[in-house]
Structure formats: C-alpha cells, structure tokens
Design a protein around this ligand. Structure first.
Ligand SMILES: NC(=O)C1=CN([C@@H]2O[C@H](COP(=O)(O)OP(=O)(O)OC[C@H]3O[C@@H](n4cnc5c(N)ncnc54)[C@H](O)[C@@H]3O)[C@@H](O)[C@H]2O)[C@@H](O)CC1
Ligand SMILES: [K+]
Length: 493
C-alpha cells in the first residue's frame, strides 16, 4: 500500500520536515532539483537545448535550481521567469538570484520550436485558483512546443487534490514528483497530463505525517499477501460458499461470468440462482456450479447456505425482483455484494440499505451512482473519491465506485485502484468483478479488504488479457482465464 496525498497533506509534510525535524527547506529543494536534473538527463530526452519555465513559488524554486544544476553539467539551458518579483517565495528568490549570479541565460518568451526539452516549474501543489492571463498563454505555448516536457512535481494547472484542469494545464511527457504520489496525478483527467510519473525520494518520509496519515492510498502486488490462505488439511467446505443471484431471460451470461469468477479466486462452492430458462446454458458453461432458480428461493434455505452472496448482475428489475432483493437484505447474515440491477432497484429507496442484517458492499458505476444518489454524473466525476466516501459513510457500507480509476471506501479511507486497461470497457466486466468479490468474501475476507483486493485482481487480469489479446479484441470472459495467473503471481509476491 502506498499513500496518495492531497495538496494540504503534502504541504503539512513539507512543513513538519522543515520546522519540526529541522531539515532546511533549501536542502529539500536541492534534492528535488537534483532529481529533476537527473531525470532530464537519463537519456530518454534530447537535451540539446533546454528551457526551464519557473513560477514565483517553491515549484519555481525547484525549476531555477534544476536549471542551475543542468548548467553545471554543460547543458545549454535558458530560464523563463513568470510571475511577480514581489510575490516570490523566499526560496525561489534565492534560487533565482543564484541563476543570475552565474549569468545564466534568462529569456522572456518561448519560441515553441527552439527547445528540445522544457522543464515546467510554474505551479506545483500550491496552485490555488484557476489559471488565467499570461500563465494561461504560457501553458498553451508549452503545449504547442515540439520539445518534450518534464513537469516538476505536478503539471502546472492540474489540481493535486482532484486531477482537475484549473483553466489550462501543461501536458507533460514525464512528471517528477517528490515524496509521495499526489491524488491529482492518478485521478482523471490529471493522469492524462502527467505522462509517466516518477516518485522521487527527497528525504521526506512517512514520519512527517506525525500520526495524521493521508486518507488515500493505492495497492500494489505486495498487498496480495492478504489473500485467503490455502491449507493442506482442508476441503471444499473450508473455502466458503458463494451464491450469485444473477441473470434473467436473455441475459444468462452475467450469471455465468460472475459464477466462474467466484470459483477462479478459490471459492469452495459456487451456486447460481437464476431464471429457469438459463439452466441448461449455465450448467453447460460452468458444470462445477450448483444451480437453483428464483421460483424456489424461499423453500431452499437460500439465506443460510452461502457464506457470501452477490446480487444483481443481469438480474433485471421486473416483477418479483425487488421482493427477492428485500428478502436477502432482511434475512441474510453473510456479506452481500449489491451490483447492477440490485442497485437500480435500490434507486430512490436507498433507505432500504439500513435494514440489512449483514455487511454490504455496493459496486455502482458512475451511471448507477447517479441514479442511486440522485446527483448528476458530472458532479460525481468531479469528485469520485469524495462521492464514494460520502455514500459509504452515509449508509455504513463499503462502496466501490467503478470508473477508469475505481475508488473504494469504507467511509473513512479511500483506495484508488491503479490496475486495469481500457480493454475492460466491455460488457460483462462488472459481472466478473462481482464474482471475484463475492468469492473473496465467501472465503472469509473482511469486506473492505476484499473489495480493494477484488478490484486490484480484476484490473490486473484485464492488463494480462490486454497483453495477450489486445485492448480491442478482449472480452470479459477473457478476464476469467487470467485470474489464476494474477493469483499465482501474487503468491510469489
Ligand atoms: N520547502 C518545501 O516546502 C518544498 C517544496 N517543494 C516544491 O514546492 C512546491 C510547492 O510550493 P508552493 O507552496 O510555494 O506553491 P507553488 O510553487 O506550487 O505555487 C504557489 C505560487 O503560485 C501562486 N499561484 C497559485 N495559483 C495561481 C494561479 N492560478 N495563478 C497565478 N498564481 C497562482 C501563489 O500565489 C504562489 O505564489 C511543490 O510542488 C514542490 O515543487 C519542493 O522543493 C520540496 C520542498
Ligand atoms: K509544475
């Protein structure tokens, strides 16, 4: 797990490092500048003629210092200062003065075709309002330049908190960021402006959080260590029973995809509840699964059998479906995953969630969230983490808000998933996630941990499928075959 910080958290971290641990700000700046200079010179970029565009804050200070280091290394470098002398930070003023003392080449405008590489140090995490005027013009010129662009800390104009473009933003080929990755670098559209992001250690450690840890983080392969354990002395009863309430007439694929996904993550037994007309096809595709139909729901001890249930993929919202959903909420004591049509059924009557007896994980995509919360898509997209966290907190559930960057929250923490590819933007992908998640819950994983890991596994399977088949031709069913490989790699992590 690695932290994702917002601007306030990073600025607090800088301040504690400087004021409480006593590391001089100029020392941190020198390390930041060395990182930028090393990155510019790592061989990826043509450094025949470099321009550093520096603002008046400490981001600009990093830019001046990096320019000076590049000059020391015999790179032909010019410096462009944008902003007002009187509003410069102390450190930026010092760095600019050093550049002047060395007689470095200061320029006042950009010839867009003159430079092979541009260092963007106009704004960092201190960006506090929309970009306008000369700043905006400059950013537009940088974006027209033929040279490559390296952003210092974050592309100027991108909000470190949300990834939003604040009027205009530099589109970088690489971003060299310091200490911790910023939320705005992983959320969209910010992620598109960062290019490749490199997190550089400049001597600011987790100690500088002083116990007040950031809310947001992302998982890595090492987090696969919390997968349910396998034991030599065990049987299928050891690994849980997953129930998938899924599929309707003309939509049996959802039940199959979710069912197989649940098996693929190691569940001992999977049962599919579906429409009678789906019986043959589901049993042919997945003979390992037990099958039952909605007609016999109540007779069958349905609510006591599973150790986790996933409700909603291809379920439909027609006659009798709301009643089935209510029965599960009122009677099931095992964790429930509510997806797709289960969420559509809940739209406008989310209060029903409060009557549940069991832990609930909801997995809406943005459209489903719009209907659930009754707020416009645009508002949700502007603040995915906040929307997800608020919903989870309000209803006491785990919320998995699915988008290019899926966000998972328990109402307090926010996990942003970084795995996955656009190849997964295809029918049935969500059903596979529901299956993976229900399977992990069935094996006894704690719901928040299961939700985070399920999303990570799902995205990683997508990456493998894209590598094997390409992002255009892969199907949701192809994710299923990659799940075992993801788990195998995780076991060796
Ligand atoms: N000593 C430290 O705290 C360190 C800071 N570092 C660098 O410092 C950056 C943060 O520095 P600052 O907090 O000084 O902030 P920035 O340098 O990011 O920007 C703040 C300056 O821009 C102005 N500004 C903000 N939004 C504007 C807008 N839309 N239009 C016009 N002007 C605008 C502010 O008034 C201020 O002068 C980091 O991103 C990082 O690059 C690094 O050097 C590491 C150490
Ligand atoms: K920048």
């Amino acid at each position: 797990m690695k932290y994702l910080v917002n601007a306030r958290e990073m600025q607090r971290c800088d301040r504690i490092t400087i004021e409480e641990y006593g590391v001089p700000g100029l020392v941190l700046m020198e390390r930041a500048a060395l990182a930028v200079a090393d990155s510019v010179m790592d061989g990826e970029f043509c450094t025949d003629k470099v321009l550093a565009v520096c603002g008046s804050g400490n981001n600009g200070g990093d830019g001046f210092a990096a320019a000076r280091i590049l000059m020391e290394r015999n790179v032909e470098i010019a410096v462009l200062f944008v902003g007002k002398e009187e509003s410069m930070s102390e450190a930026a003023r010092i760095q600019k003065k050093i550049c002047e003392n060395y007689g470095m080449n200061f320029v006042s405008n950009i010839d867009v075709h003159e430079y092979t590489c541009i260092v963007d140090a106009i704004f960092g995490v201190g960006l506090s309002r929309k970009v306008a005027g000369e700043y905006r013009t400059l950013i537009e010129q940088i974006n027209q330049a033929s040279g490559k662009v390296i952003a210092v800390d974050i592309p100027s104009g991108i909000s470190a908190d949300s990834g939003r473009v604040m009027g205009a933003a530099v589109c970088a080929d690489r971003t060299v960021t310091f200490g911790f990755a910023k939320l705005g670098q992983v959320l969209y559209p910010g992620a598109l402006y960062c290019g490749e992001t490199v997190v550089w250690d400049i001597g600011i450690t987790e100690k500088s959080f002083r116990g007040e840890l950031p809310r947001a983080y992302y998982l890595g392969r090492e987090d696969m260590r919390c997968l349910p354990r396998r034991m030599r002395y065990s049987n299928k009863g050891t690994y849980g029973k997953a129930l998938l309430v899924a599929g309707q007439k003309n939509m049996c694929g959802a039940a199959y995809l979710a069912g197989e996904a649940a098996y693929r993550v190691g569940t001992g037994l999977v049962k599919i509840f579906t429409e009678e007309c789906n019986r043959v096809i589901v049993q042919e595709r997945l003979p390992e699964a037990l099958l039952s139909t909605y007609e016999v729901l109540e007779e069958e001890n349905s609510f006591r059998w599973p150790t986790a249930a996933g409700i909603g993929p291809g379920f439909g919202t027609g006659e009798g479906k709301w009643e089935i959903l209510c029965l599960f909420l009122e009677r099931c004591v095992c964790p429930l995953v509510l997806d797709a049509d289960a969420l559509n059924l809940l739209s406008g009557r989310t209060e029903k969630l409060r009557e549940r007896r069991a832990p609930v994980v909801v997995t809406p995509h943005v459209g489903e969230m719009e209907r659930l919360m009754g707020i416009p898509k645009k508002t949700i997209l502007e603040d995915l983490p906040g929307t997800c966290r608020r919903f989870a907190e309000e209803y006491g559930v785990i919320c998995v808000l699915k988008d290019t960057r899926t966000v998972i929250s328990d109402g307090r923490e926010i996990c942003v998933n970084l795995t996955g590819t656009d190849g997964m933007a295809t029918g049935g992908s969500g059903d596979v996630l529901t299956g993976i998640l229900t399977g992990l819950l069935a094996q006894g994983m704690e719901p928040f941990a299961a939700a985070k890991l399920a999303v990570w596994i799902h995205g990683s399977a997508g990456e493998l499928a894209s590598k094997r088949l390409g992002r255009r031709g892969m199907l949701a069913g192809d994710l299923l075959k990659e799940i075992p490989t993801v788990l195998l790699e995780g076991e060796n992590a």
